[in-house]
Write a protein that binds this ligand. Structure first.
Ligand SMILES: Nc1ncnc2c1ncn2[C@@H]1O[C@H](COP(=O)(O)OP(=O)(O)OP(=O)(O)O)[C@@H](O)[C@H]1O
Length: 456
């Protein structure tokens, strides 16, 4: 038989085998089969030109529009690479064999390896592998072997989730992208012109790029167990907006339901501050009334939205331990607070009124207005269910293992956000501000002047 036909026969057999064993196909065989098919169908020059064109197109996309490339193409390319290099045929079978996750058919003695259905890699350090269980296997078997699997995959941890009957997801956290040392606070911007309210820098993403928050036009929800580092979510936006606080272009009201312990050190930064329930209701009510006045003013001026200025400052209401106001207080008062917050959060965008709420327990019973928050950060939480409550349905499955983030200083301030464009979770770590950093911030904002505003 001529060599060309012999080769074709081999490739056809390889392709047929690959189709029949999609979970077991190896890189050289799978890719060679695909390449061979391309070459045979189109001819070598056309196939080569096509492959080159695709590579060039991707390079052009990356250079021309890195943001959309990052959101759309990169996760797919990464998933493809992981699928065919990391979780591939023999290697996958060996790992599952070593972890005692294969089965043997008693009748035929055939070894059966749970098949990979799909691999996604929303972030550089987290993969989700959908696996079809062998008949007779249960998700519990994988849960019990998760630690062994993590070691075998050389991953930090593996979480097992039930997807549908016979299909589970292995969420593989490959590494912690952040050092155990905190990320130091950024330098305070000098002038208001340097502040971008639609991109306040709060920390780093797992890519090593700045993690920014668009606070204007949004409401921030920060959830995390005690000790997870929620205070960073409170102080970091203030640091990023410091010149505007100094110049009166941003005014922040603070409701500190920890009896003022958390915020005493930065008290001069706040326009108003409340540290018990009754004062807090007053502050929230005052915030709502001011929003109404602003709405009336904009209506008079025929303006559809505010422009941050000394006359019409961007107003922010921060509520630490929000659950104490919205879940655990006396029922009539709680209802009133929820109504006020709902009013502010549904109407505050155009007149420039934003709410930042920080909670330990993100359930609907505790925070009835949870769904009105438009920006969400999930730090280390205590249960799996909390992750989707904060970030949205299915985010844990896509890799947001916030309940697996260990508590402690090495991880404090680490959490997940959802990327707006691709709706995929991304790991972030907030800047750490020491007490001295906060004192510097206060000194910068107040200068030599006396306290800017009365403190409740
Ligand atoms: N971004 C960060 N990076 C590193 N360490 C941090 C960061 N934020 C906070 N920490 C450290 O983590 C510890 C707990 O932080 P923090 O007080 O903010 O937790 P919390 O979530 O507010 O807890 P609680 O609800 O009990 O007040 C603190 O000792 C602090 O030093």
């Amino acid at each position: 038989m001529p060599k060309a036909f012999r080769n074709q026969g081999i490739e056809f057999r390889a392709m047929k085998w690959a189709v029949r064993h999609p979970g077991m196909v190896s890189v050289p065989t799978g890719l060679a089969a695909a390449a061979a098919e391309g070459v045979m169908t189109l001819g070598a020059p056309t196939a080569g030109a096509l492959a080159g064109g695709v590579a060039l197109g991707l390079a052009g996309w990356y250079r021309g529009h890195p943001a959309s490339f990052d959101a759309v193409a990169l996760p797919r390319l990464r998933a493809f690479r992981r699928r065919w290099l990391t979780y591939v045929g023999r290697r996958w079978a060996d790992i599952l064999t070593d972890c005692e996750l294969i089965t043997v058919n008693r009748r035929t003695d055939q070894v059966q390896v749970p098949r990979i259905v799909r691999v996604t890699a929303a972030s550089p350090s987290i993969d989700t592998i959908m696996v079809r269980l062998n008949r007779g296997q249960t998700p519990t078997v994988f849960e019990e072997r998760a630690e062994a699997l993590a070691h075998a995959l050389r991953a930090e941890r593996v979480a097992v989730m039930r997807v549908r009957p016979q299909v589970i997801a292995l969420v593989v956290e490959r590494c912690n992208p952040f050092d155990s040392d905190p990320i130091p606070a950024i330098d305070i911007p000098h002038t208001s012109a340097e502040v971008d309210l639609s991109a306040l820098e709060l920390g780093d993403t797992e890519y090593g790029t700045p993690w920014t928050l668009p606070l204007v036009g949004n409401h921030l929800f920060g959830a995390g167990a005690t000790g997870s580092g929620k205070s960073a979510l409170l102080w970091d936006p203030l640091r990023a907006m410091a010149p505007m606080l100094r110049d009166g272009i941003v005014q922040v009201d603070m409701v500190d339901m920890k009896e003022g312990m958390e915020t005493e050190i930065g008290a001069p930064l706040f326009h108003r501050r409340a540290i018990d329930f009754a004062e807090s209701v007053e502050v929230i009510e005052g915030f709502r009334d001011e929003m109404k006045e602003r709405q009336a003013l904009l209506r008079e001026q025929g303006a559809r939205r505010f422009t941050p200025s000394v006359e019409t400052p961007f107003r922010v209401l921060q509520i630490d331990e929000m659950g104490m106001m919205t879940g655990f207080g006396p029922s009539k008062e709680v209802r009133d607070v929820l109504r006020l917050l709902a009013e502010i959060m549904t109407q505050g965008r155009a007149p420039g009124f934003a709410v930042c709420g920080y909670v330990q327990e993100p359930t609907k019973d505790t925070v009835g207005v949870r769904d009105l928050f438009t920006q969400r950060v999930c730090l280390s939480v205590t249960t799996q269910g909390h992750v989707d409550m904060v970030l949205g349905e299915g985010m844990r499955l896509r890799g947001a293992l916030a309940d697996e983030i260990p508590l402690g200083d090495d991880y404090a301030g680490t959490g997940f956000v959802v990327r707006a464009r691709s709706r995929t979770p991304q790991r972030v770590r907030a800047f750490y501000q020491s007490d001295d950093d906060i004192r510097d911030l206060v000194a910068f904002v107040t200068g030599d002047r006396p306290r800017l505003h009365a403190v409740a």
